[in-house]
Design a protein around this ligand. Structure first.
Ligand SMILES: [Zn+2]
Length: 298
């Protein structure tokens, strides 16, 4: 699943390529991915893209609609926003292919053609459909954006912001980091990386962290995300997934050696995902129980 750094990479790429261009064609190939109906998706046709932004893991293209008379030129148009979910992605074309997309027979959910002949598809692979596309008047009209917590790379997000978010939460830190309504943009992969860098157990309870733990977690979060965003920025969409995989120290690296201490990276499996950690770095050498197994034994 793409998280903040990959989404930021896509936003930076789109900002450079599509700002100032007009949307000439919008084709919806998977109507189930489109979560809004007012304004209609066709309202994007003829709109000029004015900006690209990120909200958590959501991408947001703002538009202007130019009217027939100079007086109403440049009125704010609808926003095209999307959340790539588990298996969504963006495919860019310098020159849009002429092929016709056939609904139901393609991973393409939405195709956008632009005035200079370029364009992009929003695609979804796999069977767990979680790609979501929105056409709305404002980002806050999308419930998932309206309830986002603060962005950890926002300059206003300080060590004390983090301390305030953790205080009183008797839940595991792994879950807190992934909760979009607490901290925006971090998912399963980067929460593994942040906790490894902070040398902290994924099961540590947020409310019980010491002042020194909060210092370490804030430093780990800022460094991990800043490095990943720097790595993602300037890369074309086709290279972002590999860049993410290469940057991971423990996530997705079960059985490999921890680059910090040389211990073997371990997994804990859940119903539909897993987390990775290094026992020596994070749990004092303790092997965490497999959650699927412990549930069966209860
Ligand atoms: Zn280690």
């Amino acid at each position: 699943m793409p998280e903040m750094p990959e989404v930021q990479g896509l936003v930076d790429f789109l900002r450079e390529r599509v700002t100032g261009l007009t949307i000439t064609r919008v084709s919806v190939a998977n109507i189930a991915a489109l979560k809004t109906y007012d304004p209609p998706v066709d309202a994007l046709k003829g709109a000029e893209v004015t900006a690209a932004a990120r909200h958590g893991k959501f991408l947001d293209l703002s538009t202007n609609v130019s009217g027939a008379t100079p007086s109403d030129a440049g009125a704010p148009g609808p926003h095209l926003m999307f959340h790539l979910g588990k298996a969504g992605w963006l495919r860019w074309y310098d020159t849009m292919p002429a092929t016709i997309i056939r609904p139901g027979k393609t991973p393409i959910a939405l195709r956008i053609a632009l005035s200079d002949g370029s364009g992009f598809d929003i695609t979804e692979a796999g069977t767990k459909k979680s790609l979501a596309v929105y056409v709305a008047r404002a980002p806050a009209d999308v419930p998932g954006i309206a309830r986002l917590g603060p962005d950890p790379l926002d300059p206003a997000f300080t060590r004390d912001t983090l301390a305030g978010l953790l205080a009183g939460r008797r839940t595991q830190i792994k879950g807190v980091l992934r909760d979009q309504s607490v901290i925006a943009g971090v998912g399963n992969a980067y929460s593994d990386e942040i906790l490894h860098a902070a040398k902290m157990s994924p099961y540590a309870l947020a409310a019980t962290l010491t002042e020194a733990d909060v210092d370490a977690l804030f430093a780990a979060m800022t460094t991990t995300l800043t490095e990943a965003v720097t790595e993602a920025t300037g890369k074309p969409p086709a290279e972002l997934k590999d860049a993410k995989r290469r940057g991971m120290r423990v996530h997705g690296r079960r059985g490999e050696l921890c680059p910090v201490c040389g211990d073997t990276v371990r997994s804990v499996f859940f119903a539909d995902n897993s987390l990775e950690y290094c026992p020596t770095c994070q749990t004092g050498g303790k092997i965490l129980a497999d959650r699927r197994l412990s549930r069966l034994l209860k």
